[in-house]
Ligand binder design. Structure first.
Ligand code: AMP
Ligand code: TRP
Length: 344
């Protein structure tokens, strides 16, 4: 939508065990978008509490994500890095979106079904309403582009539906108040490259996840070189050598996953990786993958650890970012209130 100023927004939950999926699916994209866009990156602590959190761990995990953003190369002075709970407008707009979104829309959300599991009656209302908060995160800044992993696609579609319905329901008021034909942009998901869905190292049919009880299922961004090597060597594979063409990966989820990881880390396509490793056995390929993973993740993990030794600095980054985010959020929230007819 050309009438909107291009702006990037994305979020990561401070729920511990930041892993290669987060890095390749999201954080590397955050880094490269800085070249072309004004970017706002949020540590979404309000999302984290949709399931129980230990307060001390939440604090540590919030700083961990902040450190990861900076260590990966996001510039906290040029862009905005902050934690969600410091900008009250997220929760305020989320309430309004709770009144725009339909129960039927939320009932279709697969992540809720997965996370709530069998005991759905006992899930928090927040877990259910989570996508409306996510829409508010993006739209309080009227952001136009949202880099995320594949698992967030459905939530992004819901955010577009909410934006669209708000624009339609209030079209007269939007026009009367001088905001033209539409107040909110329809945010576009940016889900690109060879690693939009990194799978577990133990099971190629399961997503790599922070909450997998097996630490061997994921490469954490902060893992040591020894641990990275150990986990990759233990990663599940099949007995065949690597194919020379991507078609040969079709029914081989574990092989496909490792090739995808290599491709993303090397900034190549799966085709290029197979052109080099086609016909090789897994022990050869895994050695190359260990070297590449250590080369790419090692310096980030080390810089993260260094930053995590300085909470004063990390908290200052978040506070400063929140201050700048709040200026944009407050202006937009005022306009939303005007559109809704709230007396101010
Ligand atoms: P979360 O850990 O759920 O807060 O996710 C933060 C970001 O990482 C989101 O953009 C997710 O889509 C992305 N992400 C999480 N897990 C994976 C995965 N296994 N593969 C690719 N992207 C992922
Ligand atoms: N729901 C996202 C996740 O679990 C995190 C998130 C919250 C987010 N708000 C967002 C991502 C806004 C992009 C834009 O990964």
């Amino acid at each position: 939508m050309s009438e909107f100023h291009e702006r990037v927004f994305s979020g990561v939950q401070p729920t511990g065990n930041l892993h290669l999926g987060n890095y390749l699916g999201a954080i590397t994209k955050f880094v490269s978008l800085q070249k072309t866009h004004e970017c706002i990156y949020c540590v979404v602590d309000l999302h984290a509490i949709t399931v129980p959190q230990d307060p001390l761990e939440l604090q540590a995990n919030t700083r961990e994500v902040t450190a990861a953003f900076i260590a990966a190369g996001i510039d906290p002075h040029k862009q905005i890095i902050f934690n969600q709970s410091q900008v009250a407008e997220h929760a305020e707009l989320a309430w309004i979106f709770n009144c725009v979104a339909r129960i039927g829309w939320l009932n279709r959300m697969t992540q809720f079904k997965e996370k709530a599991g069998k005991d759905r009656e006992n899930a928090s209302i927040g877990l259910y309403a989570y996508p409306a908060l996510m829409a508010a995160d993006i739209l309080i800044y009227r952001a136009t582009h949202v880099p995320v992993g594949e698992d967030q696609k459905q939530h992004l579609e819901l955010a577009r539906d909410i934006a669209q319905k708000f624009n339609n329901d209030f079209s007269e008021s939007i026009a009367r108040n001088g905001f033209g034909g539409a107040y909110f942009p329809l945010p576009e998901p940016l889900i690109q490259g060879p690693a939009t869905r990194v799978m577990s190292l133990r099971d190629g049919s399961k997503k790599m996840s922070k909450s997998d009880p097996s630490d061997n299922s994921r490469l954490n961004i902060s893992d040591s070189a020894e641990l990275i090597a150990q986990k990759i060597r233990k990663a599940k594979t099949d007995p065949e050598p690597l194919p020379s063409e991507t078609a040969g990966l079709a029914k081989r989820p574990e092989a496909d996953n490792l090739v995808g990881i290599y491709a993303a880390l090397a900034e190549q396509s799966r085709e290029e990786v197979l052109a080099r490793f086609g016909g090789a056995n897994f022990s050869t390929f895994k050695s190359a993958l260990v070297d590449l993973s250590v080369e790419k993740l090692g310096p980030i993990g080390a810089e993260m650890k260094r930053l995590q030794g300085d909470n004063v600095y990390l908290d200052q980054v978040l506070r400063d970012g929140a201050g700048r985010a709040r200026v944009i959020a407050a202006e937009n929230m005022g306009q939303v209130k005007q559109i809704l007819g709230f007396v101010r």
